[in-house]
Design a protein around this ligand. Structure first.
Ligand SMILES: Nc1nc2c(ncn2[C@@H]2O[C@H](COP(=O)(O)OP(=O)(O)OP(=O)(O)O)[C@@H](O)[C@H]2O)c(=O)[nH]1
Ligand SMILES: [Mg+2]
Length: 292
C-alpha cells in the first residue's frame, strides 16, 4: 500500500562555530558553504568580523556564523574585543559547533571555550577537524568528552572528508522555520565588504608581524567599466590605510614590489570570487587615526 509522501517542513537556523584560534573554523565555513566567504591564513586571529555563511539546500537553510578564535592572552584590548564579539555571536543562535584540532594538545584556550559554552542551553556539536593529519594527540581525549554534546563528527575542512555527515547532523538539529535569507545568497556580507576582506587577506599573507594589524582597507569606488573591445569589468579603487610613513614604506616595499604583490594576489582572488574580470587600483595612504 502506498503511503502518501509528505514533504517535511522547511528547517532554518543559525549555527555558530566556536573554538580556539587556528582550529579551522573559517576554512570549515567556506568548505560547507562551497564558496570563499571568509578569509583563511596560517596566521592566527585574522577573523575580526562576524560573518554569516549560508548553506542552501532544498530542505533547509543552515546559516553558519564564523567567530574569531579564542585566545589565551587576556590582556590586550583587541583580544577582549574579539571575545566580546564571539559571545555576541552566540546570542540568538540555534546550534553551537565546537571546532577542535585533535592534532594539538588540549590547551587553556579550549578550556576557555568550554567555560563560555557551559551556561548556554542550545544543542552543541563537537567537530574534530583536520582528520587528514596523521598527528592525533588529543583525539581520544576529545572523543571521551563527546557525551556532553548532541553529536560528534570527525571532518577535514581541507579534504572534505566527513562534511556531508556534519551537514546532515546540523540540518537535523535545525528548528522548523522558513528561510532566513534569499535562496541564492551565500553570505551576509555586502560585496564591498567582501572585496575589502580579500584585499586584507593579501596584506596578512604578504606582510610581516604587526603590519597587518596596523592597516585598514578603504574602498573608494567599485564601478562597472568597459574595455576598448567592449568587454565589461569591475573597476575597484581602494587604499591600504596605515598610521605612519614607516608602515607605509613597508607596505609599498622596495621598488613598489610589496604593494604590487598585494594588488596582484588580491585581483586574482577577487576575479575568482566575483567570477569576473577586475581592475584593481590600490594605493597605500597614511591615516593618522589608525593606532600606530
Ligand atoms: N591539515 C588541515 N589544515 C586545516 C584544516 N582546516 C583548516 N586548516 C588550516 O588551519 C589554519 C587555520 O585555519 P582557519 O580556518 O583560519 O582557522 P580559524 O579557526 O578560523 O582561526 P581564527 O580565525 O584565527 O580563530 C589554516 O592554515 C588552514 O589552512 C584541515 O582540515 N586540515
Ligand atoms: Mg577564522
Amino acid at each position: 500500500m502506498d503511503v502518501p509522501q509528505q514533504t517535511p517542513p522547511f528547517r532554518a537556523g543559525l549555527a555558530v562555530l566556536v573554538g580556539r584560534t587556528n582550529v579551522g573554523k573559517s576554512t570549515l565555513t567556506n568548505a560547507l558553504v562551497g564558496k570563499k566567504i571568509t578569509i583563511v591564513t596560517p596566521k592566527p586571529q585574522t577573523t575580526r568580523h562576524v560573518v554569516h555563511g549560508i548553506v542552501q539546500d532544498p530542505a533547509f537553510q543552515l546559516v553558519l556564523v564564523d567567530t574569531p578564535g579564542f585566545f589565551k592572552t587576556r590582556t590586550s584590548r583587541l583580544v577582549s574585543e574579539l571575545h566580546r564579539k564571539a559571545r555576541e555571536a552566540l546570542e540568538g543562535i540555534d546550534l553551537i559547533v565546537h571546532v577542535v584540532d585533535p592534532s594539538r594538545e588540549i590547551g587553556e584556550e579550549d578550556q576557555m571555550v568550554e567555560d563560555v559554552l557551559r551556561p548556554i542551553r542550545q544543542s552543541r556539536i563537537l567537530c574534530l577537524n583536520k582528520s587528514d593529519l596523521s598527528r592525533k594527540i588529543s583525539r581520544d581525549a576529545w572523543r571521551a568528552r563527546a557525551q556532553s554534546y548532541a553529536g560528534m563528527v570527525e571532518v577535514s575542512a581541507r579534504s572534505g572528508a566527513g562534511l556531508p555527515e556534519l551537514r546532515q547532523l546540523l540540518a537535523g538539529l535545525l528548528p522548523e522555520h522558513p528561510p532566513l535569507y534569499p535562496p541564492e545568497e551565500v553570505s551576509n556580507m555586502h560585496r564591498d565588504f567582501q572585496i575589502a576582506e580579500l584585499i586584507r587577506e593579501q596584506v596578512y599573507k604578504l606582510t610581516e608581524q604587526e603590519v597587518p594589524y596596523r592597516t585598514v582597507i578603504e574602498l573608494d569606488a567599485v564601478e562597472e567599466a568597459v574595455t576598448n573591445e567592449g568587454k565589461t569589468f569591475l573597476h575597484i579603487k581602494a587604499a591600504v590605510l596605515t598610521p605612519n610613513d614607516r608602515y607605509q614604506r613597508m607596505l609599498i616595499g622596495v621598488g613598489a614590489q610589496m604593494i604590487r604583490a598585494i594588488g596582484t594576489g588580491a585581483r586574482r582572488e577577487l576575479e575568482r570570487t566575483l567570477g569576473r574580470k577586475v581592475f584593481l587600483d590600490l594605493d597605500v595612504l597614511i591615516d593618522k587615526h589608525i593606532k600606530g
